[in-house]
Ligand binder design. Structure first.
Ligand code: GRF
Length: 189
């Protein structure tokens, strides 16, 4: 299986995934990283791990459709089988969904369907829930709505701050995401 990671920012989940590929706990090959943000730190991480990195922005195209067509061309050129979203801050359009049916995976920092959207950690903290967590799911056309693959709880204690909760969520993500990807890809090999 040939895997591509799509990311828009820091790339700490990419880092965890790249390390798992290097240790060969995930089978298959991490063939490329794509970012829609040219200054994203994930691109530096990719270089450090010697993973080919590509970046262009929807602003470079006349429409979202053309942007996604260029992205699809890139993925097809590299014979990518699976897309792994790791902080990719855009909705996936119809063209990519059709090209990768049940082969686009995302991680979200809450127990979906609770707290979808851009601020899953903060929204759960502000609401005052006592348990939040992490969800790995397939992508569909909605915002954080696709079929759930795995979830893990993260309790929120009375002494937690948004910062400490954020740290716990990220630690959970960095363990859970590579584990789940390893299982999915192993089942496909
Ligand atoms: C993660 O919290 C992930 O759940 C969400 O975006 C964040 C990306 O963080 N989808 P990073 O770029 O992997 O550090």
């Amino acid at each position: 299986m040939r895997i591509a990671v799509l990311a828009s920012g820091n790339g700490s989940n990419f880092e965890a995934i790249a390390q798992a590929f290097e240790k060969q706990t995930i089978a298959g090959e991490l063939v490329l990283v794509f970012s829609d943000k040219k200054t994203a730190y994930v691109l530096e991480r990719a270089e450090k791990h010697q993973i080919p990195a590509f970046t262009f922005s929807p602003k470079d195209f006349l429409s979202k459709k053309e942007y996604e067509e260029a992205l699809l061309d890139l993925l097809v050129d590299h014979q990518v089988d699976y897309l792994v979203l790791a902080g990719y801050m855009r909705l996936i359009g119809e063209g990519l969904l059709e090209a990768f049916p049940k082969r686009i995976i995302n991680i979200h920092p809450s127990l979906l369907p609770a707290f979808p959207g851009l601020h899953g950690i903060e929204d759960a903290f502000d609401y005052g829930v006592k348990v939040t967590g992490v969800t790995v799911h397939y992508i569909d056309a909605g915002v954080d709505t696709g079929p759930i693959i795995a979830q893990e709880c993260v309790p929120i204690s009375a002494t937690d701050t948004l910062e400490s909760l954020t740290e716990k969520i990220h630690q959970t993500e960095h363990r859970l995401y590579p584990e789940v990807l390893a299982e999915i890809i192993h089942a496909e090999e």
